[in-house]
Structure formats: structure tokens, C-alpha cells
Design a protein around this ligand. Structure first.
Ligand code: UN1
Length: 504
């Protein structure tokens, strides 16, 4: 019997009002392994969760921030204790290999400890007054109810990037996780709820965190359009992000969007090519290419082009596909049947529309046990030209497009030639070229001699152009998103001092 999961609303684990459910299965062992049954929730469930979060906010905002930080410290500790178990279940749920799911949980732990310590900072600014005997202060105040809508590729890290800083700032939470990774999300909320109880004891506040499982079309839509939701943080596709911006932004909610990418790695002719090879292998095919930071374009200097491609193809053909909880597996499955089909559709576009030169992969991997999962062979297109669809559009799978460049300016022009701007990378030993690339690449993140993936939890994360709407997650900047500035003027002159009357 598959395990049955519930929503958490106002401190109570409960079924959806209509009682509908959906099933979650292992993408590597589709017919064999059911992860659980989850509530397919309704607008009424969202209404209840938002009402609970709204009521909880009035108490939660008054808990001192250092104490809210103490709760996040306990959350980090509990996640550490359960790291292997959570990672194993995450691999079951979405397919990436165990070492990567452990990394995903670790990113959440790091985010918890950062947020915990931020409870003792959350600095404001003071500035001198224009007038005598008057003091000017400014400090941060929480905003209210946050709606959090998250993807399946980092089922632990990405929700923590949003929920932890939001909580430590004093906001409350209504969380809709991806339908493909509800179990990891449920574990996260269970840990947060238990930690709130543990630290607050009899001061416990129900409804600080609420989780509502279900479809984006229903639950997501109800969250983004709810008048009592004050802010939205979303990670996912640019298409959905635009819709959220329209609905939630139209209602003047604060909206943080972390959207698509078409990240490129440049390799110059003076680079350490062995290092660059390892990086592109990891950046393009790690997490089965299902990262918004994944390397989906490789821009190679013409002098090293042929040799590099030959060596890369040899390595790619040796990658071991399989179930991510088996130690020898290097690449897991695509997360779902439809995701694999969408990858395959792009391969067809590459072949038929772009007429690009596919040099490996390009088909479902079905040997032996792979036949029971959504496996796709790592795929490389060579001689791709700027402007081709496979060079422009996010594929979110194990597909790499290789483009030849003539020099650094050409490489940067190609790299910048998409509508996205999340991550980027350059391999070179020439310090001048490296600095020029850092200056001229239009992206939120640039790596020098490193892969495009692997941003660290305490640094601002996000991109330019259609990758987002200018906000950042992680690091110190995210605390600006989750707070409003309150400015206070204190006049201790004992008389009415009039500002904006010319006193000079
Ligand atoms: C994502 O794919 O949406 O930088 C996030 C990285 C990870 C996060 C990826 N730390 O690759």
C-alpha cells in the first residue's frame, strides 16, 4: 500500500476538501515503485491555508527575529540528522543521483544556518537628520503572507531559498511544491513545523507554514490571485513566470521570478582543455541537464574545436545511466514521461528544423532495467549556428549544442545572443580575456574556469533579461525581497521643526 500524504493547514494535517488525490512514482522504476498518494487540492484548501497564514502572521511577526533564527537553526540540525534519508527519497522521487540529492539537501541546510544567523542581523540603516535634535532610523518589517511555488529539479534547496529567509524576516507561508516532488516538500514542512513547536513550546503558533499539494492550474492559480497573499516567489519556466507576473504583479503583489536559462561555457584556445572537458560533462549532463544553470551551449574556439569534440564524445558515450540510488550510476532519468518527450521533441527540431549535426545520443535509453524509466541518451549537436532553435530555447534535458567561435569577441557575442542570462562560464588562462568576459557577459553569474552549475547558497542567485524580474535568491540580497523598509523620524527638539521649508 502506497503511503498517503496530507496538506498541512493551520497546524493540522488534512486531506483536500474534495478528497481527490494524485500518485507520485519513481521515474527510474515507473511500474515498480509508487512513492505516495498526495492530495489534489482545491481553491477552498488554498483559501483556508491563506486565512491561517494571515492570522498566524499577526503573532509570528512579533516573535523576535533572533528567536525565529533559533527555529531555523533547529531546522538545519534536523535536516542534517536526516540528510541521507531525505536524499534517498528525493532520488526515488525525481531521479538525480544520490550524491546530487545529498548536495541538494546540504544546500538547504546551508540556507537554514545562514537564515538562522541572519535573525541576529537583519540590519537597518540610520542616517543623520537635516535638522537639529532629530533622529532618523530605518529598519526592516515583514510583509505578510508569502506564496511559494517551486519546481521539481531542486526539491529541497529551492523551497528553502524562499521559505527560510521569508520566515526569519517574519512572514508566513503557503507553499505549493511541484507535483513531481511532493514528498521532499512534505518532509521539509514537517521539519519546519516540528521545529517551530520545539522552540516556541507553549507559545506555538499554528499556520506559520502551510503546504497545499496539487496542480499549478488550480492551487498555483488560487495562490497567485488571492487578495490576502502579499508576495509570491516562483521558480520555473519563463512562460509560467510571465503569467504569474501578470496576475500577481497586476495586483501589486511583490513578485520574485527565477526563470529559464540557456547557459553557455566558452573554451578558448589557451584553456586547460582537460579541465574544460570535465566541466562541460558535469555542467551539461549532471542532474540529467535538468538545472536552470545547466550548460546547454558549448562555445569552442576554432583552434581546439575538432579535438575537443572528439574527446568529449568519447567521455559522453561512457556515462553510465541508471537508478540514482545505485552507486555506479552517473546519470539518472528525465523526471517524467512528458519531460523526456519534450527533450526528444527538441532533438527532432534540431535534426529536422535546424538541420544540426547530431553526433551522439538522440534517443530513449531502454537497455535492460532502463526500459522501466524515463531515460534519455546524453546528446550532442555539433556545428550548431547561432540563432538555431536548439541554440536559443531552453531544453531542460541532457542535450548540448556546440558552436564554433573565432575569437573572444565572437564567443561573447554568441553567448549573449539569447533572451536569457542566468549562468555562464569561460575557460582561459589569459587573465585579460577572463576579465573582459566578466565585464561583457550579460548574465547573473559568470564562472572563470568552472562549470556553469554549482552556485553557492550564500551568494545572490539569479539572472538578467528573461531569466527573471531582477530579484535575487540566496545570499544577503534576498532579505531585501522579504522585508519592507520602515522609516522613523524622532523629533526631540520640543518644538515643531518644519522640514522642506528652506531653513538655509
Ligand atoms: C536551478 O537549477 O534552478 O547553481 C537551481 C546551481 C544550483 C542551483 C540550481 N546551486 O546549479
Amino acid at each position: 500500500m502506497a503511503e498517503k500524504f496530507k496538506n498541512l493547514i493551520n497546524g493540522v494535517w488534512k486531506d483536500s476538501t474534495e478528497g481527490n488525490t494524485f500518485e507520485n512514482r519513481n521515474p527510474a522504476k515507473w511500474n515498480e515503485d509508487i512513492i505516495g498518494i498526495f492530495p489534489s487540492s482545491t481553491k477552498e484548501d488554498v483559501d483556508e491555508a491563506v486565512a491561517a497564514a494571515k492570522a498566524a502572521f499577526e503573532k509570528w511577526r512579533l516573535i523576535p527575529a533572533p528567536k525565529r533564527g533559533d527555529i531555523l537553526k533547529v531546522v538545519g540540525d534536523r535536516m542534517s540528522e536526516r540528510k541521507d534519508e531525505i536524499a534517498f527519497e528525493m532520488t526515488r522521487e525525481m531521479g538525480k543521483v544520490f550524491a546530487e540529492t545529498k548536495g541538494d539537501v546540504q544546500e538547504g541546510i546551508d540556507t537554514a544556518y545562514y537564515a538562522a544567523s541572519e535573525g541576529r542581523r537583519l540590519f537597518g540603516y540610520n542616517a543623520p537628520s537635516e535638522l537639529q535634535n532629530k533622529m532618523n532610523l530605518s529598519f526592516r518589517v515583514p510583509i505578510g503572507v508569502g506564496g511559494f511555488i517551486t519546481p521539481w529539479n531542486f526539491p529541497m534547496a529551492i523551497p528553502t531559498w524562499k521559505i527560510f529567509p521569508a520566515l526569519v524576516c517574519g512572514n508566513t507561508c503557503v507553499f505549493k511544491p511541484a507535483e513531481l516532488t511532493p514528498k521532499t516538500a512534505a518532509t521539509l514542512i514537517e521539519i519546519i513545523e516540528a521545529s517551530i513547536k520545539e522552540v516556541l513550546g507553549k507559545e506555538y503558533i499554528p499556520g506559520v507554514v502551510n503546504i497545499v499539494h496539487g496542480k499549478g492550474r488550480i492551487v498555483g492559480e488560487a495562490i497567485i490571485s488571492h487578495p490576502d497573499v502579499d508576495l509570491i516567489s516562483f521558480t520555473g519556466s519563463t512562460l509560467v513566470g510571465k503569467r504569474i507576473n501578470e496576475v500577481a504583479g497586476g495586483d501589486l503583489k511583490r513578485v520574485s521570478l527565477e526563470l529559464g536559462g540557456k547557459n553557455a561555457q566558452i573554451v578558448m584556445n589557451d584553456a586547460d582543455t582537460e579541465l574544460a572537458l570535465e566541466a562541460v560533462l558535469w555542467g551539461a549532463f549532471g542532474t540529467t541537464g535538468q538545472r536552470c544553470t545547466a550548460t546547454s551551449r558549448l562555445i569552442l574556439h576554432k583552434d581546439i574545436y575538432d579535438d575537443f569534440i572528439k574527446r568529449l564524445t568519447e567521455k559522453v558515450n561512457k556515462l553510465k545511466l541508471g537508478y540514482g540510488n545505485e552507486p555506479e550510476t552517473q546519470i539518472g532519468p528525465c523526471v517524467s514521461e512528458s519531460q523526456r518527450q519534450s527533450v526528444h521533441d527538441y532533438v527532432k527540431i534540431g535534426l529536422e528544423e535546424d538541420k544540426a549535426n547530431m553526433i551522439c545520443g538522440g534517443e530513449f535509453a531502454t537497455d535492460g532495467e532502463l526500459s522501466d524509466g524515463w531515460f534519455y541518451k546524453p546528446t550532442i549537436f555539433a556545428d550548431v549556428k547561432p540563432g538555431m532553435r536548439i541554440e536559443q530555447e531552453e531544453i531542460f534535458g541532457p542535450v548540448l549544442s556546440v558552436i564554433k567561435c573565432s575569437d573572444l569577441d565572437d564567443a561573447i557575442r554568441i553567448l549573449n545572443g539569447t533572451k536569457y542570462g542566468l549562468s555562464s562560464s569561460i575557460f582561459t588562462k589569459n587573465v585579460n580575456d577572463a576579465f573582459k568576459a566578466i565585464r561583457d557577459i550579460k548574465a547573473g553569474i559568470t564562472y572563470v574556469n568552472g562549470a556553469t552549475i554549482g552556485a553557492e547558497a550564500h551568494m545572490p542567485f539569479g539572472g538578467v533579461k528573461q531569466t527573471g524580474n531582477g530579484h535575487r535568491e540566496g545570499g544577503w540580497t534576498v532579505y531585501d525581497f522579504y522585508t519592507e523598509w520602515k522609516v522613523v523620524y524622532i523629533d526631540y527638539s520640543g518644538k515643531l521643526q518644519r522640514a522642506q521649508i528652506d531653513n538655509y
